[in-house]
Design a protein around this ligand. Sequence first.
Ligand code: UGA
Length: 437
Amino acid sequence: MQAESICVVGVGYVGLIQAVGLASFGLAVKCVDLDAGKIAKLRNGIPPIFEDGLEDALQSVIAAKTISFTTDVAEARDCDLFYVAVGTPTSERTGNARLDYLEAAVSAIADVAPVGAVIAVKSTVPIGTCAALQARLDRDHADKRLAIVSNPEFLREGTALKDFFNPERIVIGSASESARQRVRESYAAFDQRGIPMILSDTSTSETIKYAANAFLATKVTFINEISDLVETVGGDIDDVARGIGLDSRIGPQFLRAGPGYGGSCFPKDTLALATIGRRHGVQQQIVETVIRINDSRRFHILKRIELAMGDKLSGKRVAVLGLAFKANTDDVRDSPAVDIVHALLEEGAEVRAFDPVAKFTVDHRAYQQCESMADACEGASAVLIATEWAQFRSFDFSAVEPLVARRYMFDMRRIVDIDADWASRWDIERIGSSLKR
Ligand code: UGA
């Protein structure tokens, strides 16, 4: 166990998982967040986010007394390592990631941190941010010899804890070798397991984060485009994905065709990378194209549904099953399902939505979020599957047959069991399968 303790500033998604993860290694972790309500909940063992296993993990580190919570960063003045995981939302005006929260957090840490402390940035930041933060610390707090480290996070929502404990690599970038080693020490449990550690400079580390997300977003967009082709020329996209994914140079993951990528990371990070490229005069043409294709995808899906229904959507009741941007999360940020709800409402349809966990409200008299799948399907002329929740896969839709106006289903996630008994009585269309008309 370290003599010094670790501080995590900003206990949102990334910060909280980092804090709980490190605390469960037996390291002493202080969590700081300006949101007093969030801190009060956390002290009582209630996570502010929905994440599998998090509540139990949080409660056990509270019981083990390896974690504590405060709104005052000054209480962390004895810590020698600070992880910063505050938000970097996209500025509506410029398209750049906003750095005001990060800059404020680093300044607040610098004011209280001891001489030689290390500040590791976990937030996703534009390339060059860590070097600029270091220059500012060297200017304003020269006597403290503080070091900035870039330590990007690669966990996914829905499997965040599992991802934390099973990283495929740890990336640590800094101009200071001793600072890199201090961060590496906090990951000793991973080092012992032989998890690759990439030690580099801050710019390389920041680029790795953007390049990883942009590459994955490109992979998803690529399979979506091939899926469009399959719908027209005939075939089955799952077999295509399997057929290419078994080539180890391609790999099987992130080849699920769907309504396009969403969430709090891919849309924001691809946009930021494109903006960084333009600002430096090195246009990221692939990423820019990916963004454009992904943005138009939801519109394209709506047209396909309209075509299948052989009619305008105006006045029709549509059941939307799934609101979260993917399964096992309550996150609706940049969710394709939510965009589709908006588009349906614009077309004059009446939307009844259901999600097992996520909540989404829109001030529109033709929209209602229902408590059950059956309720959502009441009177529907079309049932749209927008999120790949397991319960949609196993649901026996014969239960809603007497309720729907028409047995038409559009499966954007290819999860319903088309071999089930009920399926033979339904008109089912799926992304990545031949168009019927
Ligand atoms: C993503 C990355 O996977 C993480 O490594 C990264 O740490 C995180 O962003 C981040 O930067 O914080 P996340 O946004 O939680 O994680 O979600 P993913 O599971 O990556 O899915 C992203 C989007 O792609 C979702 O809308 C999902 O439905 C879509 N997707 C993913 C597909 O449509 N098909 C696939 O095969 C995979």
